[in-house]
Design a protein around this ligand. Structure first.
Ligand SMILES: Cc1cc2nc3c(=O)[nH]c(=O)nc-3n(C[C@H](O)[C@H](O)[C@H](O)COP(=O)(O)O)c2cc1C
Length: 425
């Protein structure tokens, strides 16, 4: 499927790391155009484009921006979510390392639209190179009058600060992120109020993912209709990055129109590793339910993946061949959520630990015949009973692995329980 890259057009152009090189590639024209528009016009344009958040939930970006109160005399902030902590996800890193000015341009445009004088880019601590590259690009943009007082000679002033996280999955959740940004323990807040009204430091705040913001300059420059012409339908528009890992010949970050069928994406990645058979795939990171080879025709957009029983999430596509032990993968995912639960909500703190212990005992060959029912029972007390979506994220994979590969789980469970008690680690 031939696709002219939009977001990754500068991935092989090291000159784009500088202001001059980025400008030579057409950069910062959208900013100049945007600053001549009314802020409300930008919000309307992004709304019309149909751009949905690329961080996981797929919430319409323009609609979120429109929730920021216009009559408030409080400071307003933009927080760019660069925590990229969903297992299997590495697309934002590429955007930050290869085209930092594209993100800066997107941040300034969004901030101008909602009236924010400051952007914080909250970046995961492990992304040392990306943080250094961004800091350098921000410093150069300040010198060039693209940031700081009177952006490009306009009446709008803006500053961007990098805030490095310490490496916790929960700090990717938007309100856990805000707590961490404010110097507190990264534990999610009760919503409502939503960050657009009460966000960073108690002020109205837009939180968007890196990829979401990188789309904005292209929408402003080429228009909402152009953006809408890419994708599967009105609800799934624009270019999309897919981070492909696992048993494929060429893992990596791929850009296509949102909604590329999974089997076409697999072809683009050189097909299955060593010509093996496809057994299963996860379309949206560890939080997304597993799909099987029978689902390989699914179009990778928000709605069709949901219809197939999973979610597009961050579009981290993990591919598994016929040799993959599904009990082991499921146990690994469960351990991740157990480890990353912040501990604030009892159902999540206790339930994720319980699920990972039950799975470990099944994996070790000491499972009990009632364990699968127990797992589903525990999961029903987590999902929908927590402050943030980590609880739902933790139960999604367990439920889908158990329901789609039940026989594999059953085959690991001895029919008779021997006298020694099961070993639980
Ligand atoms: C446990 C958890 C972890 C998350 N991690 C990330 C992350 O690493 N990066 C991200 O952009 N969004 C992450 N999100 C989603 C954010 O809460 C939020 O929806 C997103 O930053 C909004 O941006 P968007 O609308 O542009 O997608 C996470 C959500 C949850 C529940």
């Amino acid at each position: 499927m031939a696709f002219e890259p939009v977001l990754t057009r500068n991935r092989d152009n090291p000159e784009a790391l500088t202001v001059a090189g980025y400008r030579a590639a057409g950069g910062y024209q959208a900013l100049a155009k945007g600053l001549r528009m009314e802020p409300g016009e930008i919000i309307d344009m992004v709304k019309t484009s149909g751009l949905r958040g690329r961080g996981g939930a797929g919430f319409p970006a323009g609609l979120k921006w429109s929730f920021v109160p216009k009559d408030s005399d409080k400071a307003k902030y933009l927080v760019c979510n660069a925590d990229e902590s969903e297992p299997g996800t590495f697309k934002d890193r590429l955007l930050m390392e290869k085209d930092p000015h594209q993100l800066i341009e997107g941040c300034i445009l969004c901030s101008y639209a909602v009236g924010a004088a400051v952007t914080y880019i909250y970046i995961r601590g492990e992304y040392v190179d990306a943080a250094i590259i961004l800091e350098k690009a921000i410093a150069e943009a300040m010198e060039a009058g693209i940031l700081g007082d009177k952006v490009l000679g306009s009446d709008f002033s803006h500053r961007i600060y990098i805030h490095r996280g310490a490496g916790a999955y929960i700090c990717g959740e938007e309100t856990g992120l805000l707590e961490s940004l404010e110097g507190k323990r990264g534990q999610p807040r009760v919503k409502p109020p939503f960050p657009a009204v009460v966000g960073a430091f108690g002020c109205p705040t837009v939180i968007n993912n890196v990829e979401t913001l990188c789309n904005v300059p292209h929408i402003i420059e080429r228009g909402a209709d152009w953006f809408k012409s890419i994708g599967t339908d009105e609800r799934n528009t624009g270019p999309k990055l897919y981070a492909v890992s696992g048993h494929v010949e060429r893992p990596g970050t791929y850009e296509f129109a949102i909604g590329i069928p999974f089997e076409e994406l697999l072809d683009e990645c050189g097909g299955m590793w060593k010509g093996r058979q496809l057994k299963a795939f996860v379309p949206g990171g560890a939080s997304a339910g597993v799909l099987t080879a029978d689902d390989k025709g699914v179009c990778l957009d928000f709605d069709q993946v949901a219809k197939a029983g999973s979610m597009l999430g961050s579009a981290a596509v993990m591919v598994m061949d016929e040799t993959t032990d599904m009990v082991r993968v499921c146990t690994r995912f469960a351990k991740f959520f157990d480890h990353e639960s912040c501990g604030q909500c009892t159902p999540c703190r206790e339930g994720t630990r319980w699920m990972s212990m039950i799975l470990q005992r099944i994996l070790d060959g000491h499972g009990r015949p009632s364990d699968l029912d127990l797992l589903l029972n525990v999961s029903s007390h987590i999902g929908g009973h927590t402050l943030c979506a980590l609880g739902d994220a933790a139960v999604g994979p367990v439920r889908s692995f158990v329901s789609r590969f039940r026989d594999e789980f059953l085959a690991r469970i001895p029919e008779e329980i021997g006298s020694p008690l099961p070993v639980v680690r």
